[in-house]
Write a protein that binds this ligand. Structure first.
Ligand code: NAP
Ligand code: MG
Length: 494
């Protein structure tokens, strides 16, 4: 039984619910449990959407698209502003729902909900700034207009690590552009998405414009990928599933794939050491490292290597790990499930067997209160080699590997020697070094002397196996438009 009655009630209302064509109703399919990862207790269930329910959601979206896309942008913007206000006003309640299913501490979850509200306002504003172009022709009497038209029905398929933001970016940009959307949230974190649907409903977004279907990715997600009436897939998740989606799509469809990463950080001899340690601790361990842009591996110039390792170990040891509902201000909560925790242990073991030095963490926190949850201490391993999994694969856990370097070009080439290309970080004060690193890193996002690689109004996307397409910024909005060239012969000669 959940200790918090208000939270239990909020979740009970969402239990086994689907949101189709403006109506919340109990799903007809089989039930799957949703667990609190800090305690392993069942907090509720989802209904696996049936084929009929999937068809109903897609056809509602198709129907709603016809009128939603024709509204003047200002009307859609007003609806999005209203949505942002409603979400911000209920941020704490929504945050607690998220913590109950995902594990991150409530304060952090609340920050994520507020960023979702910010995304609503940002895309509300962008909606009214969608411009076309007039292109000069090489003959008199012609004019070419390039206009942007919404793609149609979007299926958003999202992971569990940022249950609000990763739904929200797709939702806000789709709605701003004039698309309708069917959302399939991660099986682990469905209630946050359903809570967002409640807000869409309360904001008066017309029936069918937003729909939420729950269930397994391999069934419900796959059905959306294969559905002939879905015009675009907006996917965030692992590279393996992203590639599978690309390969299994039976029709030509627009795809955006925001996939995995194995993000490096380079710390040169000129770096502000304290700032670098602080940045490394934040971006390696926040959300238990379950971030696509988490730092996996750090290359530190040999002159400051030992000092950096000692300080990072101390910073990791200073972080608190706790039940995120009971201790909203904890630095780390429980990991979302057994799967990323197992992978973290595997990567740690692999590194230790191959000669890495454990300098912080390496185990679950001690105490009966942690016994049933997926907890792990933030872990730092030094003297890492490129052959270790932690240096080349995505861990998605609170583990970071550190290695020394002598030559900056060598560090850059190690940093780039990965199938991924999502985000990379560097701390340096020497301008030449900063320039060499910024130009040399083959990544979609490069943060220098900070570790917040994503901001709302700049394009965010991966290269190589980290994906195609962009979220955030104007660039994300373009992902939801088709361009149309209208070549008009008006016959007027200048
Ligand atoms: P995942 O296993 O790839 O799942 C992502 C979503 O896809 C879930 O909703 C999942 O459903 C669904 N899915 C699974 N198989 C499917 C199929 N055959 N067809 C359609 N949908 C399917 O990823 P995850 O484990 O939830 O999330 C962690 C991964 O996401 C990491 O690799 C991380 O790097 C990546 N990520 C990337 C970004 C970015 O912006 N680039 C941001 C965050 C996370 P279920 O719920 O049933 O599994
Ligand atoms: Mg998964």
């Amino acid at each position: 039984m959940m200790k918090n009655n208000a939270l239990a009630e909020s979740i009970a209302v969402l239990d086994s619910i689907l949101y189709i064509d403006g109506k919340f109703s109990k799903g007809k399919g089989s039930r799957l449990p949703v667990l609190n990862p800090a305690t392993s207790e069942v907090i509720g269930h989802i209904a696996a959407a049936t084929t009929d329910e999937i068809d109903a959601a897609v056809s509602a979206a198709r129907h709603a698209f016809a009128s939603w896309s024709k509204l003047v942008p200002k009307t859609r913007a007003i609806a999005l502003h209203r949505l942002g206000d409603l979400i911000a006003a209920d941020a704490l309640n929504m945050a607690m729902i998220m913590t109950a299913e995902q594990g991150k501490p409530v304060n952090e979850a609340k920050g994520e909900i507020l960023k979702l509200a910010e995304a609503c306002h940002f895309y509300a504003e962008e909606a009214t700034r969608v411009h076309g172009e007039i292109i000069p022709n090489d003959q008199q009497g012609f004019q070419s207009l390039v206009v942007r038209e919404p793609i149609g029905v979007v299926a958003a398929i999202t992971p569990w690590n940022y249950p609000a933001e990763l739904v929200g970016w797709k939702l806000c940009a789709s709605l701003a552009a004039g698309c309708s959307i069917v959302i399939k949230p991660a099986e682990l974190t469905p209630f946050t998405a359903l809570a967002i649907a409640q807000k869409c409903h309360a904001a008066g977004i017309p029936a069918g414009v937003v729909n939420v279907l729950t269930g397994k990715g391999s069934q419900v997600g796959q059905a959306l990928v294969e559905h002939p009436q879905v015009d675009k897939i907006a996917f965030t998740g692992s590279s393996a599933v992203g590639l599978h989606i690309q390969q299994s799509c039976p029709q030509v469809k627009r795809l955006s794939l925001e996939l995995g990463g194995n993000c490096p950080m380079i710390v040169t001899a000129s770096a502000d050491l304290d700032a670098a340690v602080k940045g490394a601790a934040r971006r390696s361990f926040r959300n238990c490292g379950q971030i696509c842009i988490a730092i996996n591996r750090i290359y530190v110039h040999r002159a400051i290597y030992e000092e950096f390792v000692t300080q990072l170990a101390a910073a990791a040891d200073a972080l608190s790990v706790d039940n995120g509902l009971e201790n909203p201000a904890a630095d780390l909560g429980a990991m979302a499930s057994a799967e990323p925790l197992d992978k973290t242990r595997t990567h740690l073991q692999d590194a230790l067997v191959k000669g890495a030095r454990l300098v912080a963490g390496g185990k679950a926190p001690e105490g009966i209160q942690y016994a049933k949850g997926h907890f792990f201490r933030p872990t730092v391993i030094a003297d890492c080699k490129h052959s270790m999994q932690v240096m080349s694969e995505e861990t998605f856990g609170p583990l970071v590997g550190v290695a020394p370097f002598d030559d900056l070009d060598e560090a850059i080439s190690y940093a780039n020697d990965t199938p991924y290309g999502l985000a990379a970080y560097c701390y340096a004060q020497n301008l030449t070094e900063i320039h060499r690193v910024s130009v040399g890193l083959d990544y979609g996002n490069v943060a220098i002397n900070n570790v917040d690689a994503g901001i709302m109004n700049a394009a965010y996307g991966g290269r190589k196996q980290s994906g195609v397409g962009y979220e955030h910024g104007r660039e994300e909005l373009l992902e939801y438009f088709n361009f149309k060239h209208i070549r008009l012969h008006h016959g007027v000669e200048n």
